[in-house]
Design a protein around this ligand. Structure first.
Ligand SMILES: NC(=O)c1ccc[n+]([C@@H]2O[C@H](COP(=O)([O-])OP(=O)(O)OC[C@H]3O[C@@H](n4cnc5c(N)ncnc54)[C@H](O)[C@@H]3O)[C@@H](O)[C@H]2O)c1
Length: 274
């Protein structure tokens, strides 16, 4: 691990660490040397075991927005200065536009948007008071850029996260604190497990339109971008988004299979002289 990507000596507050992307980030950040404070409303024992090193774990419901500042104060008091915040906790519900209720709209925004903002707000206040040139990383979504049917609240909540990211970048730059987003594409986790409808058909259709090997990503595939945005390597990068989607957003339509075959045969062996 070169110094630019090392987390040695850095304390990272990571939300949504009980499973999925958050659990994989916890393991990867710990291997890079981070001291971890893991947050989730679900039990964190499995992640703690996977990390295999001492880490602080907090059961906390981030939808309880009014208590976030006090919660962050407690983490800061117990763990010392915070160098990195990774806002990863999130929820998705699959509902047609006229099935969305004020309650389900607010539930999605409470975790994905409100908690992401108010956690970043309080963590940034501590970073400023502690003189830390910190890093804030928001786990957004490809859906912040391009919508998907049945997810109006989710799409909007993630688009808001991306403008929060830019807004915080504008205000925190003077303190040397960066704020960036990572936008995952289709990643193998349980986030869509309760979605109604033909999930198998939907996922098969999705796979066909992912240019990179036509595969979903793994939670571990997010680690590189998160490490880059959490460490010294990204000191002059702020207000931007790294998309980790296997190229899904790069392609309007999977038309490759409708093209004629290659004009000439491919070389049998890679040429060593190029
Ligand atoms: N999996 C994907 O394909 C995908 C795609 C784009 C974006 N994302 C984003 O990545 C992030 C992680 O998603 P995932 O796929 O790992 O999902 P997941 O459902 O596997 O994990 C989400 C974690 O967040 C926690 N969480 C949810 N609500 C919470 C609350 N109120 N308080 C505290 N913790 C809470 C859950 O308990 C869970 O451990 C989310 O922000 C999600 O929107 C995921």
């Amino acid at each position: 691990m070169t110094e630019a990507f090392s987390m040695e000596g850095r304390t990272v507050l990571l939300t949504g660490a009980a499973r999925g992307i958050g659990a994989a980030l916890a393991v990867g950040l710990a291997r890079a040397g981070a001291r971890l404070c893991l947050v989730d409303s679900a039990p964190l024992e499995e992640t703690r075991e996977a990390v295999g090193e001492p880490c602080r774990t907090y059961r906390f419901d981030l939808a309880d927005t009014g208590r976030i500042a006090g919660f962050v104060d407690r983490v800061r008091a117990e763990a010392g200065p915070l160098h990195v915040l990774v806002n990863n906790a999130g929820i998705a519900r699959m509902q047609r536009f006229n099935e969305i209720t004020p309650e389900s709209w607010r539930a999605v925004f409470a975790v994905n948007t409100d908690a992401a903002f108010f956690t970043a707000q309080r963590v940034a206040e501590h970073m400023i008071a502690d003189g830390i040139e910190g890093r804030i990383v928001q786990i957004s979504s490809k859906n912040a850029a391009v919508a998907e049917a049945g997810l109006a609240h989710y799409n909007a909540s993630k688009a808001a996260v991306e403008l929060i990211t830019k807004s915080l970048a504008c205000e925190l730059g003077v303190h040397g604190i960066t704020c960036n987003a990572v936008a995952p594409g289709m990643i193998e986790t349980g986030i869509a497990e309760a979605f109604p409808g033909d999930l198998e058909g939907l996922f098969a259709a999705w796979r066909e339109r992912i240019p990179l090997r036509q595969e979903f990503g793994t939670p571990e595939d997010l680690l590189g971008a998160v490490l880059f945005l959490s460490g010294a390597a990204s000191r002059y990068v702020t207000g931007t988004t790294i998309t980790v989607d296997g190229g899904a957003l790069a392609d309007q339509l999977p038309r490759l299979r409708y093209l004629p075959p290659y004009r000439a045969g491919l070389p049998e062996k890679p040429r060593g002289d190029r």
